[in-house]
Design a protein around this ligand. Structure first.
Ligand code: PMV
Length: 311
């Protein structure tokens, strides 16, 4: 028997950084994300093995998992097997449809896809099993916090009660400017712990909650300059936590700064431009309205880019 599933990645506009509880990945503050349907992970689970193993899924750009990454992935599978009372050993095959060496985080999409594939396996064993997206999201969160938002599309809000869809009519195209393809020196799991040492973390949750409310209003009003300003201050807030941790760390490179300057200059000049945000990495994510894609091709000229639209 063989089951398969796929799940998208997501980019947070209000960031999840810092945990109120490590067990089960409970966030220190609410977050809001846009689902990236074009950046996906695929998981196939094959039955009939003595124990649980992992291998790259053929037909995609090959990925290699670190020992910690592999253990985390298999532990999540075993947690799900236990939860749904699934017996036996399995071979898990997984891959992403984006290159693994481009510095794009794949934990959200891969853990969400693993949760969905294991759910398929559970349904094959227990035919009457039916879980809600909220419950699947809660289970996925145990593997990787940000993956809980990938169960909803296009908008997801994750608060202390769990993640849920946010009903907003705004749709974006997405581009990521790849300035760095190296593996990160500080993983996001380490970052979640280290930010506790920053003095700026003291009022971090209240800043994020306030921005979340303001951003939702700005998005509903389609007030793009306000959306841009809020998203800009939010990713700098997260990167400031990194830089003020003890020991400090950071992800931005000279190339990141150059690109950020360029996008800010577009706004300064035209009063409009891309919505800019960053993850815990050096690359820059842009959200672009459909009527801006032609212009965006000009803005992105000369950069290495993965984008959701074709020219
Ligand atoms: O899911 P994790 O533990 O890899 O957390 C990643 C959190 C960020 O990507 C840095 C921000 C976010 O909200 O997605």
């Amino acid at each position: 028997m063989k089951v398969e599933a796929s799940a998208p990645s997501n980019i947070a506009l209000i960031k999840y950084m810092g945990k109120s509880q490590t067990q089960g990945n409970l966030p220190a503050n609410s977050s809001l994300s846009y689902t990236l349907e074009n950046l996906r992970s695929f998981v196939v689970v094959e039955a009939g093995f003595d124990n649980d193993t992992w291998a790259p899924l053929p037909g995609f750009a090959p990925i290699s998992l670190s020992e910690t990454g592999l253990n985390k992935f298999l532990s999540h599978f075993q947690f799900l097997k236990q939860h749904w009372h699934i017996p036996g050993g399995y071979k898990i095959l997984s891959a992403n449809n984006f290159p693994s060496d481009c510095g794009l985080a794949s934990s959200a999409s891969s853990f969400a896809a693993l949760t969905l594939a294991t759910y398929e396996l559970a349904k094959a064993t227990h035919w009457d099993l039916q879980e809600s997206p909220e419950e699947l999201s809660r289970l996925s969160r145990a593997g990787s916090g940000s993956s809980c938002r990938s169960m909803f599309s296009p908008w997801a809000q994750w608060s202390s009660e769990g993640a849920e869809a946010w009903d907003c009519p705004v749709r974006f195209e997405h581009a990521v400017v790849i300035v760095e393809g190296e593996k990160k020196a500080v993983s996001s799991s380490q970052a979640h712990q280290r930010v506790n040492s920053s003095l700026l973390f003291l009022y971090r949750a209240s800043r994020a909650e306030k921005r979340l409310i303001e951003l939702k209003v700005a998005l509903m009003k389609q007030d793009w300059p306000q959306v841009y300003e809020l998203c800009w201050s939010e990713f700098f807030d997260m990167h400031a936590l990194f830089e003020t941790s003890s020991p400090s760390f950071g992800y931005m490179t000279g190339e990141t700064w150059k690109a950020l300057e360029k996008f800010r200059a577009i706004w300064r000049e035209h009063g409009d431009g891309p919505i800019v945000t960053m993850d815990a990495g050096a690359n820059i994510h842009l959200l672009i309205r459909s009527e801006q894609t032609k212009k965006a091709d000009e803005w992105l000229h000369g950069f290495k880019v993965i984008k959701s639209w074709s020219e």
